[in-house]
Unconditional design. Structure first.
Length: 213
């Protein structure tokens, strides 16, 4: 395999194996419980890097949300449509995706920003924050670190990854006009030994609603 496999190539190849390893991240399930407890029925939610649709889109749809999932992997989109028929999925890249003018009541982004350049990580974070409607939420997770173009082996694939430090994520979220509500890290051990343990950063943020006189 090339040392520069794209995210689409990697996740087309992994398909359901990714869900086996990362389908039950406790901090992600906790984040989804936190979010669904704050969203009204019918809330418009964007799931960036929706994968197989589980657990994020599945849980949000079960809570009555109108869920749109985007993923660069055609194989993942096919699986998601089969597994979560109550949500809508399309093959799209967060770097070029164009949402409707009204934005979303919540944007979820669980680990979609790693297999790109660092400048693209920062730009994608800014884009996602801009899609959050007033009063809405951004909930994201990543592997933190001041990393740009690091070549690693991950789940049997040679990939190049980038990220931002936890503090840089916090700074950029607040600079985008969102209120940071939670910032914390956990250590996750993927199921079945399919991947090495990872440090995960979880961020919850909210765009303030307009005040009325």
């Amino acid at each position: 395999m090339s040392a520069h496999e794209s995210a689409a190539e990697v996740f087309d190849a992994l398909a359901g194996r990714y869900e086996e390893a990362f389908g039950r991240v406790p901090a992600q399930l906790e984040a989804l419980d936190w979010l669904t407890g704050r969203l009204p029925a019918g809330a418009r939610v964007l799931d960036v890097g929706s994968g197989t649709g589980r657990p994020t889109a599945e849980r949000l749809a079960a809570a009555g949300c109108a869920v749109t999932g985007i993923d660069v992997s055609a194989a993942m989109v096919t699986l998601a449509r089969e597994r979560v028929p109550d949500a809508r999925f399309e093959q799209a890249d967060v770097r070029t995706f164009t949402p409707g003018e009204d934005g979303f009541d919540a944007v979820c982004a669980f680990f979609p920003l790693l297999m790109m350049e660092q400048r693209e990580v920062a730009a994608s974070l800014e884009r996602m924050a801009s899609w959050v409607a007033p009063g809405g939420y951004l909930v994201l997770a990543t592997v933190p670190g001041d990393i740009d173009g690091l070549a690693i082996e991950w789940m049997g694939h040679q990939v190049t990854v980038s990220s931002l430090s936890a503090q840089e994520y916090a700074t950029r979220i607040e600079s985008a006009g969102l209120e940071l509500l939670h910032l914390g890290t956990t250590l996750f051990h993927p199921d079945g030994g399919l991947a090495d343990p990872e440090e995960h950063l979880f961020c919850y943020a909210r765009r303030p609603a307009p005040t009325t006189d």
